[in-house]
Ligand binder design. Structure first.
Ligand code: TMP
Ligand code: MG
Length: 312
């Protein structure tokens, strides 16, 4: 008599399904209707692997504008760090008009799904260069920045406190990698009381003269599509990030995906993309590029749920 061992005859697909069931990640937020995933099983396996390795192997790399900050609030766009400088305290009406005109020309190019990165690259350099030149002409005063941020409607995503605080408690380094203006970014997180010692920033910093007047921008320009270069030249050298091969990456642009390129021998990288604008046009490329896509989600709920699970 031949005894049949049931699992030998179980089709491979069923075995896989059982395996997924056993290792299933208990993160109910991943079932939210704003969440899109190309390959749910890969997401779950990566989260599981990062959790097993523990908080000591993890680093978080996040873009700032429209990733850690909200895209819109009450139907109005929330200003980016550059647009926060659009304040009567810092720049005159003519400069305001010119900056807004540049935004209306170049932002649609930045997010245009029909253009390649190669086509966008020189235009982004053009945008940033023109805006920085305008700002320098305004002789912006360093001591007015804090007040300008206070009076602005700059706003971090709902749930930001939990996000920053959990990372600080668990001593997980948070690299904020922004093509925005570092001085403004710092002021936004300082005024929201989340500029903890585990936070590191790579961004465009203002260079003030001895009297505190803006005279230039420091170092190599960072724009949306050259973050790889910044990752290799700056982020890779940060001592606090070394020996942490697991990465949670958050961004809102396809250019943000290169922010982890400076990580030496990465093991498990989970990427989350906020898809804020031009949703239908960009959905496919976002789903093909990020592990998790959050569609018009103004909260940190999903990253927070993943962090809760990873660091529990
Ligand atoms: P991020 O890397 O922190 O997202 O910052 C870059 C964003 O800043 C990018 O999406 C375009 C935006 N931006 C403005 O809103 N106004 C400007 O004048 C410039 C140069 C960029
Ligand atoms: Mg951004």
């Amino acid at each position: 008599m031949i005894y049949q061992i049931p699992w030998i005859y179980t089709p491979a697909r069923t075995v896989l399904a059982i395996w997924h069931q056993l290792t299933k990640t208990p993160i109910p937020e991943l079932a939210n209707c704003s969440v899109l995933m190309r390959e749910r099983s890969r997401v779950e396996e990566t989260i599981h692997a990062i959790q097993r390795a523990g908080a000591g192997s993890l680093q978080v790399i996040a873009d700032f504008d429209m990733t850690l900050t909200r895209f819109a609030h009450n139907g109005k766009r929330v200003p980016t760090t550059h647009n926060t400088l659009d304040s009567q305290l810092l720049i005159n009406e003519d400069c305001t008009r010119k900056m807004r005109k540049l935004l209306s020309i170049y932002y649609p190019i930045e997010i245009d799904a029909s253009l390649s990165v190669e086509e966008k690259l020189p235009l982004m350099v053009e945008w940033w260069t023109k805006v920085h030149e305008l700002l320098i002409q305004q002789r912006i005063r360093k001591d007015m920045l804090a007040q300008a941020v206070k009076e602005s409607s700059a706003m971090l995503r709902d749930g930001y406190k939990v996000f920053f605080e959990r990372l600080a408690e668990q001593q997980v380094p948070l690299l904020i990698f922004s093509a925005g203006v570092g001085d403004v970014l710092e002021e936004v997180i300082r005024q929201n009381h989340v500029f903890h010692p585990n936070v590191h920033i790579v961004s465009n910093y203002m260079d003030f003269d001895q009297t505190g007047v803006l005279q230039a921008f420091k170092g190599q320009l960072i724009h949306t599509f050259n973050k790889r270069e910044g990752a290799l030249s700056h982020a890779a050298g940060l001592r606090e990030l070394q020996g942490r091969p697991n990465v949670l990456l958050l961004g809102d642009s396809l250019g943000d995906l290169t922010m982890a390129d400076g990580v030496a021998e990465p093991q498990n990288v989970l990427t989350i993309g906020f898809l804020n604008d031009q949703v239908e046009e960009r959905k496919e490329s976002y789903v093909n590029s990020f592990d998790i896509v959050l569609v018009k989600d103004e909260t940190m709920d999903v990253p927070n749920a993943i962090l809760r699970h990873i660091t529990s």
